[in-house]
Design a protein around this ligand. Structure first.
Ligand code: ATP
Ligand code: MG
Length: 482
């Protein structure tokens, strides 16, 4: 068995690892079995980005949520009926904890009865085999892979396989999910799943997708790495209508999406991993009028505070743009300090959408010039320490002053920096050594070894020969001319 624990730990960020350890600890205290499940395990196996941590516990996660809150985690939403909690752990780590549950459908397509269950039953009630894999985080079986529906093999074959003939009837939103997953991963629908899919479309089950379910898919879409691929699939399958008829008619803002993705890749290169759900949503719905957008989002189950935040986003970005073009951010250091505090999603939005050259040039300088200088600032601190300055508030101030000077394009070389550091700290250069003291240095003068002497002689001879040859050639040329 491959060591999934090792694979997992090597792929988690330090913050994600801390969140996982905390969940494990709490589950142990409460006596719950705990597993990593769903998208996290799928993404781990396929090597995709682990953007969130989905945990499943055999128990009620609400107690865990209360404890996690005490430790600084934020509960983003809690569904007490489904026993599902969405969380933001310390360090901006997204995740969720769900109670293991089974779903029992009295008749296909009716609302299921929920029963709290073991992890195995929970995995079997899921949508697709590639989502029905878990990794145990329990002391006795840590790292063990649970794969009751053979999801691993489907991943190897690049297929999305539904787990039951009633899959789409029971939850028509899985039609959208199937296409989203396949498009995202470059997979195809497994042949029987494709038949069930076609049958569902023939029976117009897509028309029974609730707006809230479609809304959840839109939420997921806006967090996707390449939402344009999914939107194209939905458009081709005539499923975009379900998200909203106006969106289907006016088409998604593919150009805006592509611009934002290009900027995001640039931000990745600069070491940022911003969450871009809001600007992405604005790009997707870019062709809708303001009113149409808020109506659509409200229909899709977005809460009014969320809609307000989305609507206000472009206005806020404009305010930021104004500041960036104004006097307050005229010097590089002032601009740096200002940009440093802006949430990255605004930076991304402006880089993709703004045509204000003053704002754009500062944002670009921030990412590609100023940030690297900031990251190299520990070197300046080391240099100052080497001059003999003790650490403390004055020390920090000098380092910051040098940073400001560097942003103006100076203090690039170590020599230049040492000069400036001496000036700012008042630490004088040690007095020049007198003639007498210099003597030992003279004694250290390089003495040529025999080999070096020989090499020098050979080189001298070679130079002489080259010179001779040159003279000869010149004489011949001269003769020829005559
Ligand atoms: P993402 O990377 O988009 O978060 P995900 O697979 O984690 O992908 P979620 O919507 O977070 O998607 O769902 C978590 C897990 O819950 C899924 O992996 C899947 O196992 C299960 N799930 C979600 N929606 C359904 C559904 N409609 N029917 C059955 N299982 C579902
Ligand atoms: Mg998930």
């Amino acid at each position: 068995m491959p060591d999934y624990m090792f694979l997992l730990e090597s792929r988690l960020s330090p913050e994600q690892r801390a969140a996982m350890l905390r969940v494990q600890e709490l589950a142990a205290v409460l006596g719950f079995n705990v597993y990593l499940t769903g998208g996290t395990v799928r993404d781990l196996i396929t090597g995709a980005n682990l953007r969130d941590l989905d945990f499943t516990v055999e128990g009620n996660p609400s107690k865990m949520a209360r404890e996690l809150e005490k430790g600084g985690a934020k509960v983003l939403s809690e569904d007490e009926k489904l026993r599902h909690v969405e969380l933001l752990f310390a360090g901006d780590v997204e995740g969720s904890i769900s109670a293991a549950r089974d779903e029992h459908y009295v008749r296909p397509g009716t609302r299921p009865e929920i029963r709290w269950s073991t992890i195995m039953e929970d995995l079997r009630r899921r949508d697709f085999s590639l989502n029905a894999i878990a990794i145990s985080l329990n002391p006795a079986s840590r790292g063990l892979l649970l794969d009751p529906t053979n999801g691993l093999s489907d991943i190897e074959h690049g297929e999305v396989r539904a787990l039951s003939i009633h899959s789409f009837t029971n939850q028509p939103v899985r039609l959208l999910r199937a296409l989203r997953l396949a498009a995202r991963m470059g997979f195809k629908l497994e042949s029987r799943t494709q038949e069930w899919f076609n049958l569902a479309i023939e029976r117009e089950l897509q028309l029974t997708i609730t707006p809230e379910d479609a809304g959840e898919e839109v939420r997921s879409l806006s967090r996707e790495e390449r939402p344009q691929l999914i939107l194209k699939e939905w458009e081709e399958g005539d499923l975009l209508e379900l998200v909203h008829p106006i969106l289907a008619k006016k088409h998604p803002g593919y150009d805006a999406i592509n611009r934002l993705i290009k900027v995001r890749d640039d931000l990745y290169m600069a070491g940022f991993r911003p969450r871009l759900a809001t600007p992405m949503l604005l790009a997707i719905f870019g062709r809708l009028k303001d009113r149409e957008l808020s109506n659509t989002l409200s229909k899709l189950g977005y809460r009014s505070v969320e809609i307000e935040a989305i609507e206000k986003f472009p206005e806020k970005a404009l305010e930021i743009q104004k500041e960036l073009a104004g006097k307050k951010t005229k010097t590089p250091i002032d601009a740096y300090r200002y940009i440093e505090k802006i949430p990255m999603e605004y930076v991304a939005y402006l880089l993709a959408e703004s045509s204000n050259s003053a704002a754009l040039s500062k944002l670009k300088a921030f990412l590609h010039k100023w940030r690297p200088v900031r990251q190299a600032l520990p070197i300046v601190a080391t240099e100052l320490e080497a001059l003999g300055m003790p650490r403390g508030p004055k020390f920090d101030q000098i380092v910051q002053d040098v940073f400001a000077i560097q942003l103006n394009g100076r203090a690039k070389t170590p020599e230049e920096r040492v000069k400036i550091l001496r000036k700012l700290s008042g630490i004088k250069e040690p007095p020049k050594k007198k003639e007498k003291e210099k003597k030992p240095a003279k004694a250290e003068k390089h003495v040529e070894t025999a080999a070096e002497k020989k090499a020098a002689a050979v080189e001298k001879h070679a130079t002489h020969e080259r010179h001779k040859a040159g003279m000869k050639a010149a004489a011949a040329k001269h003769k020829a001319k005559k």
